[in-house]
Structures are given as C-alpha cells and as structure tokens.
Design a protein around this ligand. Structure first.
Ligand code: APR
Length: 232
C-alpha cells in the first residue's frame, strides 16, 4: 500500500462477537439485558455495588471461556509483521487481542482482567470475583472496582491515542457501531489530519459517512482479507 507507514486500528465489540462475546447494541446485546445506568456508571456503582460487581464478574468469567477468532489472529499477524507504526486502540475490555499475540494494543475503556483500587488507584491483574470485596493487594482497603471506564468517566491514554491519530496515514475501524464518543469521533480527527479511512463492519455504522471506504461483512472474513492486502 503506497505511502502507508503509520496505521491506527480502532476495534469494538463486533470483533469479539464471533468468539462468543455479546456486543452491546445488537439484538439481544448487553444493553438489552441490563440498564446502562445501573451497571456502567459511577452512580450505579454507588447505588448498588453488588449488582455491578456481579455483572462484571459474569463477564470476567465468560471471557476466560472463549478464544480469539480469525480477526484477532489477523491483527496479531499484522502487529508482528508491520514495520511501520501500528496501534490497536480497542474499546473492548476482553484480552483476545493479546491472547492472539498482538502487543501494540491500548485498552481505552479498561480491562475485565484487572481490578482498580478506588482508594490507592493501583491496578492489579484479576481473574477472580470482586463480589466478596477482597482487600486491595496494594493498600489493604476493600475498595476494588472493575478497571473499566464507565459512562461519564474519562477513557484511558487519550493523549497517546491523539498522538497516534496525528501521525496516522491510515485509520481503520473494525466492529464498532460508532455510537460512543470520543471513539466515534476518531475517524473525523484522522481524516482532518490527512489519513485514509476504512471501515470494516457487519453493517454501516453511525459514523459510516466519514469513511472513504466501508466494507460490510463478518470481521473473521474482512479482517484477514484486509491484512493480506496490507502485507502484500
Ligand atoms: N463482524 C463485524 N462487525 C460486527 C460483527 C461481526 N461478526 N457482529 C457485530 N458487528 C458490529 C455491529 O454491526 C455493530 O455496528 O459491531 C458493532 C457493535 O456495536 P456495539 O454493540 O455498539 O459495540 P461498540 O461499538 O464496541 O460499543 C462502544 O459502548 O457500551 C459502550 O463501553 C462500551 O466499548 C463499548 C462502547
């Protein structure tokens, strides 16, 4: 691909759907099963921490039962082979990119397999339940919460993301509905800064208009095809 050296890839729940993880807004998705205000806001956590811990405990357990799919594998291959800059910015809190072998990954909405202490703000790798209010390994306080960014909270590492957007020659979005900002605005930022833009999604997303090219289909098919094009 002529003149493309720096790539930024944004992924959403759609890339993990074929691994058996529910998306949020598709039919039967998480936000049909749960009220966002109850399980994905600081206010909901203050109101009913048990309900929230149970919700993330179930997701933490579920993610450990599934495996990466060909879309994750293809991005991991690109990560291993691409000599230019590459950053996989994921909105997903699962660890399937890393389990597929990708290392240039940034979790802007946090990670299920991590616990954050609300008291000392340290993070701890966590694969078990948080329901029983285990003590923080750092400060001993019973203040561990899911290390996930809730609505109304600031996503992680935004400086690093914007720096990568500024340097990007190509912005690719995979498996996201474009419903949630600031991620949904990245395509416009990238485009305004001169990057080419490509969307790979089951259907056109809310931000499809901003992409120069949009391909519809399953990630497990579209992503390996696109990576093969990039690696030539
Ligand atoms: N292949 C490709 N795309 C798919 C597939 C698939 N197999 N299955 C679903 N999709 C697409 C859907 O068409 C939809 O556009 O993935 C998108 C999933 O959208 P959402 O469920 O809204 O998930 P996402 O965009 O990641 O949500 C963004 O919202 O709830 C918050 O913090 C949460 O990170 C999440 C953010």
């Amino acid at each position: 691909m002529e003149s493309i050296r720096n790539i930024i890839v944004l992924t959403g729940a759609g890339i993990s759907a074929e691994s058996g993880i529910d998306t949020f807004r598709d039919a039967g998705g998480l936000w049909e099963q749960h009220r966002v205000e109850d399980v994905a806001t600081p206010e909901g956590f203050a109101r009913d921490p048990q309900l929230v811990q149970r919700f993330y405990d179930a997701r933490r357990e579920a993610v450990q039962q599934v495996d990466p799919n060909p879309a994750h594998d293809a991005l991991a291959l690109l990560d291993q082979r691409w000599e230019g800059e590459l950053l996989i910015v994921t909105q997903n809190v699962d660890d399937l990119h890393e389990r597929a072998g990708a290392s240039r990954v940034l979790h802007m909405h946090g990670e299920l397999l991590s616990a954050l202490c609300a008291r000392c703000e340290t993070r701890h790798k966590w694969s078990e339940s948080l329901l029983g209010q285990p003590a923080c390994p750092g400060c001993g306080e019973k203040a561990l919460r899911p290390d996930v960014v809730w609505f109304g909270e600031m996503p992680y590492q935004m400086d690093r993301i914007y720096a990568a957007l500024r340097r990007a020659d190509l912005f690719v979005s995979i498996g996201t509905s474009g419903a949630v900002y600031p991620a949904a605005g990245f395509v416009r930022d990238a485009r305004e800064m001169g990057a080419k833009t490509l969307e790979l999604n089951l259907e056109r997303s809310e931000g499809s208009y901003w992409f120069e090219e949009s391909r519809q289909g399953r990630a497990s098919k579209l992503v390996p095809e696109w990576v093969a094009e990039m690696l030539g």
